[in-house]
Design a protein around this ligand. Structure first.
Ligand SMILES: *[C@@H]1O[C@H](CO)[C@@H](O)[C@H](O)[C@H]1NC(C)=O
Ligand SMILES: *[C@@H]1O[C@H](CO)[C@@H](O)[C@H](O)[C@H]1NC(C)=O
Length: 158
């Protein structure tokens, strides 16, 4: 009986440690939101942001994005765009490579219900303002439909 009780206690400690670990991870994970994707998004990765809820985007560096997703139909053409939303006003960020089918990890046509990782990066110009903003990244298909759209809270830093 004593041994049994000992096991239970140890198990509870493990469960507790596991839960604390999970909430610590959640508190620090990238806080992305879906803004109207047709595809299913499995995960979003932003460089420099793995363990922060507000992504620091350093001026003079390239910030890269990976979106792991599964389209719900065939995609023959994909165009990426990015905006920074400040006080509700969206301002475009120019992307060096807006072609989602080129140098992005995607080989078009994409097949519906298969999963892919899209990669792109954006250069943070030195003349950008040092502000907090909501970054909206999206990828549209051959018909202009939104394949995926994600929102990430970020701040531009020196
Ligand atoms: C950012 O990316 C561009 C294009 O790939 C590259 O030419 C440039 O050297 C990179 N800059 C930095 C600071 O990594
Ligand atoms: C996408 O990247 C994630 C993380 O690196 C990986 O676990 C996953 O298998 C990748 N998916 C595809 C379809 O390559």
């Amino acid at each position: 009986m004593t041994a049994f009780r000992g096991i239970i206690t140890l198990k509870h400690i493990f469960v507790l440690a596991f839960c604390v670990g999970i909430s610590a991870t959640l508190a620090n994970a990238l806080q992305w939101r879906d803004c109207g994707s047709e595809a299913t998004i499995f995960n979003v990765f932003v460089s420099s942001c793995e363990d922060q809820s507000t992504c620091p985007m350093k001026k003079g560096s390239n910030v890269s994005l990976v979106v792991w997703f599964e389209p719900n139909k065939q995609i023959t053409k994909a165009t990426a765009s990015m905006r920074g939303i400040m006080a509700g006003v969206p301002l475009p960020f120019p992307l060096q490579n807006p072609d989602g089918c080129k140098d992005s990890g995607l080989k078009c046509p994409l097949v519906g219900y298969e999963s892919y990782n899209y990669t792109n990066s954006v250069y943070m110009h030195e003349n950008y303002p040092t502000v907090k903003l909501l970054v909206e990244w999206e990828l549209r298909d051959q018909n202009g439909d939104v394949i995926w759209c994600i929102l990430v809270p970020a701040k531009i830093i020196n």
